[in-house]
Design a protein around this ligand. Structure first.
Ligand code: AHG
Ligand code: MN
Ligand code: MN
Length: 338
């Protein structure tokens, strides 16, 4: 593959490397890229097409939906439901898994996605994204059940995200094929390969966490951040910098480009709500962990590898610590000592 090639070419080349590929997987990646291009266009036009603001409805998590949360969800359904590449689909905005229309041909894959991540940033013109995860559908099942979707992250055959920032970027991790970055050429209407086989630096001096939750943190997280803040004079003997965009896609992308660590850990406030984390396992933590691991980074809950978690519900939450390998291991080690 060479820099400057199109996503379409990359997909076709990748298909050749997979002996069992029939073209359906390529079709699915193409459907996802079409959905992302449509979302990119809407995010870009914003107020000009009446896309900003609240939709005055709530999703299954009890969160107020933005207009774009609703519209991007519909875009995914429209781009995927009738093409015969998937057997089922679920998104953050859906209460239950989406049942394909009886007339629609069935494919061999299941798609899980967060169509609009970081939606609190949409009205202030800060980067947002789309996150997706692909697993195999069980054979011979026309209408997969919720249980069929509940596969651990290690079963993902591809995952990635699209970042709607100053440029629109699609980052794709096909199992065993590294991590590639494509930039959307808006005039041309194609994603173009701009970085290949991305590797995350193993060490870092940058961390990302929502500091407003500090008083609720568990001891290992408190210890880690305290030591970062102590800088050169502290036990880490170097000064750290901090970032918090509040769009996971933007944070993961920064880490992919220059290293760093991102944390949304378990804390006392989350526990008091009876939850096990802030971010959603199936369409946020798992796909991002696959991208990070394939780029040489690491992703844990603080206690165990995220990709090994056995999911119990579509909208289940999980604590997340991901990024530069040595730093994630450091934080995970603090949890094991506590
Ligand atoms: P979503 O917009 O899909 O609900 O996800 C937002 C997530 C994630 O992108 C971000 O890292 C985090 O929520 C921000 O949380 P805070 O509001 O606590 O900063
Ligand atoms: Mn999200
Ligand atoms: Mn979302």
């Amino acid at each position: 593959m060479h820099i400057g090639t199109t996503l379409t070419n990359y997909i076709i080349e990748t298909q050749r490397k997979l002996p069992e590929a029939t073209g359906e997987f390529s079709g699915l990646l193409n459907d996802i890229s079409v959905a992302c291009k449509r979302i990119s266009d809407l995010v870009n036009k914003g107020d000009l097409v009446g896309m900003l603001g609240s939709a005055e409805s709530q999703n299954v998590q009890g969160e107020t939906q933005k207009k774009l949360d609703v519209v991007t969800d519909e875009i995914f359904v429209e781009a995927l439901a009738h093409n015969g590449h998937i057997a089922g689909l679920v998104t953050e905005e859906m209460e239950e898994i989406y049942q394909l229309p009886a007339s629609a041909p069935r494919g061999r894959y299941l798609l899980l996605c967060d169509p609009l991540d970081g939606s609190s940033n949409i009205d202030v013109n800060v980067s947002v994204g789309t996150i997706f995860s692909i697993v195999r559908a069980p054979e011979g099942r026309d209408d997969p059940s919720t249980e069929d979707f509940l596969q651990p992250g290690t079963e993902q055959i591809a995952a990635g995200y699209c970042l709607y920032g100053p440029s629109t970027l699609l980052v794709l991790a096909v199992k065993g094929q590294g991590v590639q970055m494509f930039t959307l050429d808006r005039d041309f209407g194609e994603f173009i390969l701009t970085h290949q086989d991305i590797q995350i630096p193993e060490d870092t001096k940058e961390f990302a966490i929502n500091m407003s939750n500090q008083r609720h943190w568990e001891a290992p997280v408190r210890r880690y951040v305290d030591e970062c803040l102590a800088g050169k004079e502290g036990p880490r003997e170097k000064d750290f910098n901090m970032r918090w965009v509040a769009s996971m896609v933007a944070e993961v992308h920064r880490i992919l480009c220059r290293g760093g660590v991102f944390m949304y850990p378990l804390d006392e406030k989350i526990k008091a709500k009876g939850q096990n984390g802030r971010l959603r396992l199936m369409y946020e933590a798992n796909p991002m962990s696959m991208v990070i691991e394939q780029a040489g980074g690491a992703a844990t809950t603080g206690r165990q590898r995220i990709l090994d978690l056995q999911p119990e519900g579509i909208h289940q939450r999980a604590p997340v610590v991901l990024g530069s390998k040595n730093e994630v291991e450091h934080i995970t080690h603090y949890h094991s000592e506590a």
